[in-house]
Ligand binder design. Structure first.
Ligand code: ADP
Length: 447
């Protein structure tokens, strides 16, 4: 087992990893930018090293500085959290070359899944159902027209390197295709440095259902059911739950097995998420994330499993501590993402926290790096906390969420918290009747 792990991240996810390390008797090293000298992860880790100025490019994305920090502190492994370098194959390759263990999959798997076209090709070969669309990239507008006519409108043009909802353009009819095709390409080029795009059928009313998978890298893999993350704003998740209100045990077993078998066949190691759109009883693969996800705690809650601990175990060469038969769902969990953003426009709102009080009690987990007097810097993403509740069933989880939101105090900056009180008053949220467009429609009508 590792004696010391460096966490190449900040915020709540850095704390999440430090906590797992501490429970496992492993020393933790925090890295931070000059803007984060007072951050909680710096205070909570056993050691901390400054790796550069505020800009992420110069600090949390600075591979040379992070490798140097490992060498100075003697850390044997790096946990990347999510975002930043977590899905950067070149970084993982550099660690492989420096003999530093990466707590995550191989650079080869990251590369394959990081390109949406090769990801889709791989999944198709492995028997995973995909959204109908082009086979591979679409090189020019003429081909785009041909494919779109075959697939049938509406279609979505996606940059193969896209992420975070960027590089995706909808063409409702043939009249929109040219603009959508060219904008997706130029956005792919300017944001991700790759102008290759592909075409998919645009599904009208799907839910976003993702399957948590976990592999040991030696041909054994399991699934930990699904999360429903359909409540999204601009393709960004806002509210996530497990199990999915629309998914039966039979459906879960079927798609879960397809995913676990696919991971086993490629010797996938560690945590991963296979994302699907789900419509009329059918699953359609959209992408795979080769890292721990923001919303992993809802899965941890219903299975009683520490995914970070498990990631660390398999990265160090140990066996997985559970098999498929050990994984039994217990109750229902919901997570809400709290952003330092001002409604109704969701404008980022960094600044000083004058008062912070986390909720508590049975079935409540608050993952946040906030504290009284902390100043949220303006340089990074606006997620400031995640409130996760667990109940014996969905109604209990919803009631607990409402109760916990009532206890939570975040003063000094504007946050997205008022949104959740409003959402909980909606019948569709209470009954679980929503698809990926529900939230955008609701925001338009209510904010
Ligand atoms: P990103 O990598 O940018 O997150 P994804 O491919 O995961 O992109 O898609 C993000 C979201 O975009 C999905 O959760 C869904 O809301 C929407 N989306 C993606 N593909 C389609 C599609 N074929 N039809 C309808 N909506 C889609």
């Amino acid at each position: 087992m590792f004696e010391k792990i460096l966490i190449a991240n900040r915020g709540e996810i850095a704390l999440r990893v430090i906590r797992a390390c501490r429970e496992m008797g492993i020393k933790s090293v925090a890295v931070h930018s000059t803007a984060d000298s007072d951050a909680m992860h710096v205070r909570m880790a056993d050691e901390a090293i400054c790796i550069g100025p505020p800009s992420s490019t110069d600090s949390y994305l600075n591979v040379a500085a992070i490798i140097a920090a490992c060498e100075i502190t003697g850390a044997q492994a790096i946990h990347p959290g999510y975002g930043f370098l977590s899905e950067n194959a070149a970084f993982v390759q550099a660690l492989e070359d420096h003999d530093i263990a990466f707590i995550g999959p191989t650079s080869e798997h990251i590369r394959t899944m990081g390109d949406k076209i090769t990801a889709k090709e791989t999944m198709l070969k492995l028997g995973v159902p995909c959204v109908p669309g082009s086979i591979g990239g679409v090189p020019d507008y003429e081909t785009a027209q041909k494919v779109a006519n075959e697939v049938g409108y509406p279609v979505i043009i996606k940059a193969t390197a896209g992420g975070g909802g960027r590089g995706m353009k909808l063409a409702k009819s043939a009249a929109d295709l040219e603009v959508a095709f060219r904008t997706a390409r130029s956005e792919g080029k300017s944001v991700f440095g790759n102008d290759e795009v592909y075409i998919e059928k645009y599904l009208g009313t799907p839910r976003h259902i993702e399957i948590q998978v976990f592999g040991d890298g030696k041909g054994k893999a399991v699934h930990l059911g699904e999360r429903d993350c359909s409540l999204q704003r601009r393709h960004q998740k806002v509210f996530e739950e497990a199990p999915g209100p629309s998914i039966t045990q039979e459906l879960r077993d079927r798609i879960g097995k397809v995913c676990a078998d696919a991971c086993a066949r490629i010797n996938y190691v560690g945590a991963g998420t296979i994302e699907f759109l789900y419509e009329n009883g059918e699953f359609y693969f959209i992408e795979m994330n080769t890292r721990l996800q923001v919303e992993h705690p809802v899965t941890e809650a219903i299975f009683g499993i520490d995914l970070v601990r498990e990631q660390i175990r398999v990265a160090s060469g140990l066996e997985m501590s559970f098999g498929q038969d050990d994984l039994v769902i217990n109750g229902h969990a919901i997570e809400v993402r709290i952003n330092a953003e001002r409604l109704p426009n969701f404008a980022p709102c960094p600044g000083r926290i004058t008062q912070f009080h986390a909720p508590g009690g049975l079935g409540v987990r608050m993952d946040s790096a906030l504290y009284d007097g902390y100043t949220i810097p303006p340089y990074y993403d606006s997620l400031i906390g995640k409130l996760i509740v667990h109940g014996r069933d969905r109604p209990e989880a919803l009631a607990r969420l409402q109760r916990a939101l009532g206890e939570l105090i975040v003063d000094g900056v504007a946050t997205t918290l008022p949104l959740f009180d409003m959402l909980l008053a909606e019948e569709d949220i209470q009954t679980g009747n929503y698809d990926i467009h529900w939230l955008e429609r609701w925001l338009e009508a209510n904010l």
